[in-house]
Design a protein around this ligand. Structure first.
Ligand code: CIR
Length: 255
């Protein structure tokens, strides 16, 4: 499968008040936008046409566009992020989805799903329950996926992990990158799992974009492990995103 498009959103200055589990200082909007420009360029160099949506000052975390939507070849789903300050982000991204997809469906019911909790594998979609994604939301989302011909499996995200994909990523067909805890979960069946070395857990969130894997800067052991599997890598700074618990996958919707 090759991606042709991505949707991103420029970080606002209000990202300084973005949600975080542990405070390591506020991110700077200006520095974040510089990192974001490099990110957009890397997606373009990987062959994608990238929509860059304008910043939303009313939504500090809205540059993390992965959470309010999920995109598949069959259509896009407008999700309902499971934290009060982000709930309206689904509405905000809807028009951008409609510009790219013939079918856009809103998550039915009153449950919550953050796109960061959804991992697409070759033949199955894993939905991680978390503080942001509840059973009602996961069930409703699984229903949409079933209509579109995908099998979904609902999994428990390990404790202490914000989103399911904070701790794992798809590197390629049947190859997963995961933290030790996630690797031990059994969620990945027979697939090969490359385990992120201790101390580099943040680097479990990478994105495979066509011929390259985008990897956060500052995690040399993980970088080497990915390269040893034969993948071409591009290293990107995510220092500002990280201050508000964001990673590379969170910053785009790819399809
Ligand atoms: C949040 O807590 O919602 C944001 N500060 C970070 C979102 C990161 N998104 C993701 O992992 N998909």
């Amino acid at each position: 499968f090759r991606f042709t498009h991505a949707i991103t959103r420029t970080p606002s200055d209000s990202v300084a008040s973005g949600i975080r589990a542990v405070d390591s200082g506020d991110p700077s909007g200006a520095r974040f936008r510089e990192e974001h420009e490099q990110y957009v360029r890397a997606l373009q160099e990987a062959g994608l046409e990238v929509d860059v949506l304008p910043p939303l000052e009313n939504y500090p975390d809205s540059c993390f566009v992965e959470d309010p939507a999920f995109c598949l070849p069959s259509g896009a789903v407008q999700l309902r992020p499971g934290t009060a300050s982000r709930e309206g982000e689904g509405r905000e991204i809807r028009r951008a989805l409609e510009a790219r997809f013939a079918e856009v469906v809103e998550l039915p019911g009153d449950g919550f799903v953050d796109g960061g909790d959804v991992l697409m594998l070759d033949d199955v979609v894993l939905i991680g329950l978390s503080a942001r994604t509840n059973r009602t939301g996961a069930g409703a989302f699984a229903g949409i996926l079933a209509d579109w011909g995908y099998d979904a499996r609902v999994c428990e995200t390990p404790d202490g992990v914000l989103h399911f994909k904070t701790a794992c990523s798809t590197l390629g067909d049947d190859v997963i990158l995961a933290t030790k805890v996630m690797a031990a979960s059994g969620f990945f069946g027979e697939r090969k799992v490359v385990v992120v070395p201790d101390g580099e857990e943040y680097a479990a969130n990478v994105i495979r974009v066509n011929d390259v894997v985008l990897v956060p800067e500052g995690f040399p052991k993980t970088l080497e492990a990915i390269q040893q599997e034969g993948f071409k890598t591009v290293v990107l700074p995510t220092h500002e995103a990280r201050k508000v618990d964001g990673g590379l996958s969170c910053l785009s919707l790819r399809f």
